[in-house]
Design a protein around this ligand. Structure first.
Ligand SMILES: [Zn+2]
Length: 198
């Protein structure tokens, strides 16, 4: 028997993947990922081993994940759901900018990378706010960007951008396209996940 969070996790990945036409690949299955890991490592963006073990990565419409969808504790599955929406927002960004432009900006310009990540991190906040009515400290959420070869000024910039997104989220606006699709699915199919009081 799976819990509702585990079930919702599996369904959300299916819905998002269908809506945004993405393919989900297990990292351990993918020889290509070893090459990508080497590339990011060489670029100084992510440490290869950490990348392969911990990080979900999206390249164009392929999402490479280091976990089994819907497996693990409720907290882990909730985190997988947040990751799902985060990565699909990168797909939205790539479509909005055009993939070569997006990839160029993301890889070669730290300020741009900080901006893209702040926007994708807003997705996690949208889900979090819907479920718990609470937001996380932008500085804490953005701290992980140190692993993305961003300096402290760029991380602080990302936190400011995220903080401004949070103001809108608090006013009950969902900003991101991926967040809108995900929340509409969750509200309609798993309303009980919402634990907000009042
Ligand atoms: Zn990201």
């Amino acid at each position: 028997m799976s819990t509702e969070v585990q079930q919702a996790c599996v369904e959300l990945w299916q819905v998002m993947s269908t809506t945004f036409n993405t393919t989900v690949v297990k990292k351990s299955d993918s020889f290509q990922m070893q090459t990508v890991g080497w590339f990011l490592n060489t670029m100084g963006i992510l440490d290869k081993e950490r990348f392969l073990q911990r990080y979900t990565t999206t390249i164009y419409k392929s999402i490479y994940i280091p976990f089994e969808i819907g497996q693990g504790t409720d907290a882990e599955c909730w985190s997988q759901m947040r990751t799902c929406v985060h990565e699909h927002q990168h797909v939205v960004q790539a479509k909005r900018e055009g993939f070569p432009v997006f990839a160029g900006k993301y890889l070669f310009d730290g300020d741009q990378r900080a901006k893209f990540e702040a926007e994708a991190k807003a997705c996690g906040q949208e889900l979090q706010y819907w479920r718990y009515g609470q937001l996380e400290k932008p500085e804490l959420v953005c701290a992980s960007l140190a692993d993305y070869n961003l300096n402290s000024a760029q991380i602080a910039f990302a936190a400011r951008v995220l903080s401004s997104y949070q103001k809108t989220i608090k006013a009950n606006g969902t900003i991101t396209k991926a967040g809108k699709v995900a929340l509409s699915f969750l509200k309609n199919n798993h309303p009980h996940l919402c634990e907000r009081r009042g």
